[in-house]
Design a protein around this ligand. Structure first.
Ligand SMILES: Cc1cc2nc3c(=O)[nH]c(=O)nc-3n(C[C@H](O)[C@H](O)[C@H](O)COP(=O)(O)OP(=O)(O)OC[C@H]3O[C@@H](n4cnc5c(N)ncnc54)[C@H](O)[C@@H]3O)c2cc1C
Length: 304
């Protein structure tokens, strides 16, 4: 799985990583995953506990710790791993490119996410990592993590909007063809109102996505303002997923909760739509980031 993970290595990695590690990943011969979250550090990334300590020679780090919900972890050849090399908090975190070895164990985590995602619990036990595998500068890993998030959140939103558009289309088609009390469902004002909510949600998020994408391409994808706007877009998209899933299941009735037949797309969507509201920065964290950024830019003298 490529995902934006490769962005870390391509942007912040050393030349040998770009020349030797990246090409097989781009060609699809090897896979890389992002290994940040821990049982102790989810939303609060700065609290992570996996340690990387230099050995007596000063040439190798010894990595110990665990990671949770690592997408693609079961198949990964490389783990872009967040580790603690310094003081507590964000200022003591580094990023490392760690190859799979006997000292890196992966165990499947069963979740409602696709079983083909290979979601893993990862254990690093006295894992020897040469210094040259450090990505960027020691204790500057938090900035790398944050810069990657803008791309990852943008990508998650694109997928959300594509899925929700499909679910809305299915619901529209069903309302047109299903006859209840002698006439198609679409002739019921209550159903049309539900569809209006869905259309408006999809269109609003699509327009926000176009606008932000245009700005990312023309003015760059980093910085507080673009980060806040992407966070707001992800928040809006996952809230909209919630509304669309709820409305779609109602309009499909029994078929909306049946895994086969005409409601199958809606049934899958209603089971899965919560996942992007959690990963890549949860809904609450996205909302908080956007509003905190607005507060920072608020003119001190502003009054009503
Ligand atoms: C399917 C899946 C795939 C994933 N893939 C990866 C991966 O590839 N790599 C990786 O590193 N991680 C991955 N994750 C982990 C994901 O990023 C975390 O689950 C996420 O950051 C939330 O952390 P948590 O689950 O520990 O929740 P917690 O941080 O414990 O939060 C629990 C709840 O409290 C809320 N909350 C937390 N802090 C606040 C606050 N300050 N204010 C208000 N509410 C708050 C959260 O929004 C959440 O709803 C994945 C997760 C899932 C479910």
């Amino acid at each position: 799985m490529l995902r934006p993970v490769c962005f870390d290595v391509r942007k912040y990695g050393s030349d040998w990583m770009k020349n030797e590690v990246v090409p097989p990943i781009i060609k699809g011969e090897q896979t890389v995953v992002l290994s940040i979250t821990e049982a102790f550090a989810g939303s609060d990334v700065a609290g992570l506990r996996t340690t990387a300590v230099l050995d007596a020679s000063g040439e190798n780090y010894i990595v110990n710790g665990t990671k949770k919900w690592i997408t693609g972890g079961m198949y990964a050849d490389w783990f872009v791993t967040a580790v603690r090399t310094g003081k507590p908090g964000a200022g003591g975190i580094s990023m490392m490119l760690i190859p799979r070895s006997d000292a890196v164990q992966t165990k499947i985590m069963k979740s409602k996410y696709s079983s083909s995602a290979g979601t893993a619990y990862v254990t690093y036990e006295n894992c020897v990592v040469p210094k040259k595998y450090l990505i960027g500068t020691e204790n500057k890993g938090f900035q790398i993590i944050m810069s990657n998030f803008n791309h990852e959140r943008w990508m998650i939103t694109v997928v959300c909007i594509a899925r929700v558009r499909m679910c809305t289309e299915e619901t529209f088609k069903w309302s047109m063809q299903r006859k209840v009390f002698g006439k198609p469902l679409i002739e019921q004002p209550v159903i049309r109102e539900k569809l209006a909510q869905m259309f408006a949600g999809v269109e609003t998020c699509t327009q926000m996505l176009y606008d932000i994408t245009y700005n990312m391409v023309s003015m760059g994808s980093q910085g507080a303002e673009v980060g806040a706007r992407i966070a707001l877009l992800k928040y809006q998209a996952t809230r909209m997923n919630h509304l669309v899933a709820d409305n779609a299941v109602q309009v499909f009735g029994g078929r909306g909760v049946t895994q086969t037949g005409m409601g199958r797309v809606v049934e899958v969507f209603s089971r899965m739509y919560k996942i992007p509201a959690v990963y890549g920065g949860s809904e609450e964290i996205m909302a908080d980031l956007a509003v905190r950024t607005a507060i920072k830019g608020y003119p001190k003298q502003a009054r009503l």
